[in-house]
Design a protein around this ligand. Structure first.
Ligand SMILES: [Zn+2]
Length: 149
């Protein structure tokens, strides 16, 4: 399914509760979650979301920011483990800059340059299949086994 068609099927925020994104979950802490993107720009594209519905960066509490930074570190270590050496972290503020879901989310995207034409809201992105989601989660779990270094 194309991502744009998927967005039309949503009648509430895709991150409205934790059960709803449980099959995408890689790691979480008290306030935030590291998940795989359902419509990746690139294989192994990760997202960090606050569990509370926030739409603006200025609404993030100190505790949430600290939890987001912790998950950002974990996500980047996972991608290094998976063999990537180049990645971008991206967060969008405002609606007219390619942000398709209002719930605040940080992207961690391997092998994609910010500013490249393919970061425009993703008209051509497709929703991952169940098999792809399971495969990506399995890759993440294996890469997470020892992140101490
Ligand atoms: Zn939300």
């Amino acid at each position: 399914m194309l991502y744009n068609d998927y967005l039309k099927t949503l009648n509430k925020c895709p991150f409205y509760d934790e059960i709803h994104f449980a099959n995408q979950l890689v790691a979480d802490n008290k306030t935030s979650a590291l998940i795989i993107s359902l419509a990746p720009y690139h294989k192994h594209h990760l997202l960090i979301i606050p569990k509370r519905h926030l739409e603006r960066i200025v609404e993030i509490s100190d505790e949430e920011m600290s939890d987001i930074i912790e998950l950002q570190r974990i996500g980047i270590k996972i991608l290094y483990r998976l063999g990537y050496s180049n990645m971008s972290v991206l967060v969008r503020e405002g609606e007219n800059i390619g942000k398709s879901v209002k719930h605040l989310h940080y992207h961690i995207i391997p092998n994609v340059m910010i500013g490249a034409e393919n970061i425009t809201g993703g008209d051509e992105r497709s929703i991952s299949t169940e098999e792809e989601i399971l495969e990506f989660i399995e890759d993440m779990r294996e890469a997470m086994e020892d992140l101490s270094d």
